[in-house]
Design a protein around this ligand. Structure first.
Ligand code: SF4
Length: 348
């Protein structure tokens, strides 16, 4: 499979969270300042740190940011686990997921990590537990989910993996398009993805006039289109910046914005001119409960925090029927599409 694209804003924020977690696991404290540009990641990294620490109690060994060497005979299959915990009877692989798209603990990636961890740390009688920590996703089983692979499961999987890798190395290896394509650098030029994207567009009715079932089909088709269109635009921009001429398109510089040439000098000069700090600075913003909780993690005052915090209802989302989350009520009677359900908060 061609290379993965790790340059999206979500990927950059995810990388920052993983780096913060790695440092925190080494130092025992999350440095929230390192996530100043990604405040939403403080809670995510903090939850992962807490989980690894809890699960490490009594363990023989805890390793963080573990470079798992390629599987013997398959150099393409390797990985980096956020943490591996070695216990007497089992190994546990812990992986932080920063996105909202649900990843289950028995996902293929974690299954592969289980195999690699077993190679690296040695087999244990009770096999390998995989644990996903995914605070941002709404899952019926909560933000932390685990799955256990027995050793026979992993032996069978190793054989299957070898067989599949041999197939992917053939020049005529089949390309199977799907949700995973959004990470693929070959997406803009991949015929399999293009065919997948347009396969659903036989429905020509304008959306407002579509039957519910047609609308559901359009929703199914629209998801890959969005990712594919972005991949095409990103590729065109990359080529244009490399000097290619894209017919009908041009590079322009967006309007710039004014910034202080020297902030300290500006403040001094403007205060001498009669402006006060209140005039010059934005009001201080209270940090989020997660950020404050992390600061108080070793303090008794942490208990006080609970009485100061309330849970506000989340935003309304339209999700697939097979995705986790309780339907709370419908906006209007009959607003149910085939395979898709409208989810709204009770109190609306
Ligand atoms: S099918 Fe998807 S993942 Fe495979 S090469 Fe095409 S775009 Fe990439």
């Amino acid at each position: 499979m061609p290379g993965m694209d790790n340059s999206s804003p979500a990927a950059v924020a995810g990388t920052a969270a993983h780096e913060a977690l790695e440092l925190a696991l080494k130092s025992g404290k999350l440095i929230t300042e390192s996530l100043a540009d990604f405040p939403e990641m403080v809670e995510v990294a903090s939850a992962a740190l807490h989980e690894v620490e809890e699960r490490s109690i009594g363990a023989k060994l805890v390793a963080s940011e573990v470079q798992l060497a390629p599987f013997p005979g398959i150099p393409e299959v390797w990985g980096t686990a956020d943490a591996v915990i070695v216990r007497e009877r089992e190994l546990e692989v812990i992986d932080l997921k920063t996105g909202i798209g649900i990843i289950e603990a028995d996902a293929p990636q974690l299954k592969i990590y289980s195999l690699l961890a077993r190679e690296a740390f040695g087999s244990r009688p009770d096999g390998v537990v995989t644990t996903i920590v995914q605070p941002a996703a709404r899952h019926d089983d909560g933000p932390v989910r685990s799955y256990r692979y027995s050793n026979p499961d992993l032996d069978d999987f190793a054989m299957e993996l070898r067989r599949r890798v041999v197939v992917t190395q053939r020049p005529d290896a089949p390309r199977v398009a799907g949700g995973h394509c959004k990470f693929c650098k070959a997406a803009p030029t991949c015929e399999a993805l293009k065919a997948h994207v347009f396969a659903g567009f036989h429905v020509v009715t304008p959306a407002e006039q579509a039957e519910d079932a047609e609308l559901a089909e359009l929703l199914d088709s629209a998801e890959p289109v969005t990712g594919w269109a972005k991949a095409v635009k990103d590729e065109a921009l990359r080529r244009a910046l490399d000097g290619h001429s894209i017919p009908g398109w041009k590079l322009v510089r967006r309007r710039g914005r004014r910034v202080w040439a020297d902030e300290e000098a500006a403040v001094n000069t403007l205060m001498r001119a009669g402006l006060s700090p209140t005039d010059l600075f934005e009001p201080t913003v209270l940090r989020s409960p997660a950020q404050v909780e992390n600061m108080l993690r070793y303090s008794d005052s942490r208990k006080t925090l609970r009485s100061l915090v309330e849970m506000r209802p989340g935003e309304i989302a339209l999700v697939r029927e097979n995705e986790p989350g309780e339907p709370v009520s419908r906006v209007r009677p009959g607003a149910t599409f085939d395979g898709v359900r409208v989810v709204v908060e009770d109190d609306l």
